[in-house]
Design a protein around this ligand. Structure first.
Ligand SMILES: CC(C)(COP(=O)(O)OP(=O)(O)OC[C@H]1O[C@@H](n2cnc3c(N)ncnc32)[C@H](O)[C@@H]1OP(=O)(O)O)[C@@H](O)C(=O)NCCC(=O)NCCS
Length: 152
């Protein structure tokens, strides 16, 4: 990750994060949702920055999760569509999980839509397994919710 930097997300990052969010999700989080997340005491939010020329950085991905006792709840990961399929999400999540694993984390869980093949395959590659499938969970598309867990 020589030209990549992982940083804690702050309020000044919200505009570029929102633009990736809106390009990535049918029901994107609003600015207020991100601000709420930044102020939540259980929340950990990171941005992945790519170094351009002249030592300037562009935010190309972000990751939001909560740490509740010994369990990580992954809420969001998204990569700028132009930077996908280059291993960015895989490296980003693994790096963040490995950093937090030093804090005696027992497992990480997340929810993903059944139609989100990219998300499900990515999570399986990181070591998550399907724990439950809740039929017809999402009212907008009537698709199933997939609950995935990785134990450490
Ligand atoms: C899901 C997402 C984060 C993946 O990001 P990415 O940087 O493209 O993923 P990576 O390049 O690190 O891919 C890692 C692995 O995931 C799988 N994968 C990634 N994109 C895939 C796709 N479109 N179809 C199938 N598998 C895919 C592959 O196994 C890949 O490993 P490989 O390239 O060695 O085969 C990205 O597609 C995205 O931002 N989607 C919109 C937001 C979203 O759905 N987030 C997840 C739910 S919160």
């Amino acid at each position: 990750m020589s030209d990549l930097i992982i940083d804690t997300m702050s309020e000044k990052d919200i505009d570029p994060v929102l633009s990736i969010e809106q390009a990535s999700f049918k029901n994107p989080w609003s600015r207020i949702s991100f601000l709420n997340e930044l102020s939540n005491k259980y929340s950990h939010n990171f941005v992945l920055k790519l170094e351009n020329s002249f030592e300037t950085y562009q935010i190309i991905a972000y990751l939001c999760f909560r740490l509740i006792t010994d369990e990580i709840h992954i809420l969001k990961i998204a990569v700028n569509p132009e930077q996908r399929s280059k291993g960015m999400a895989f490296k980003f999540i693994n790096h963040c999980l490995n950093t937090f694993c030093e804090q005696k984390i027992k497992s990480a869980i997340l929810e993903v839509r059944q139609s989100n093949t990219a998300g499900i395959v990515l999570y399986e590659k990181i070591g998550f397994g399907i724990e439950a499938q809740i039929p017809n969970y999402y009212s907008d598309t009537h698709e199933d919710l997939i609950l995935m867990r990785k134990t450490f």
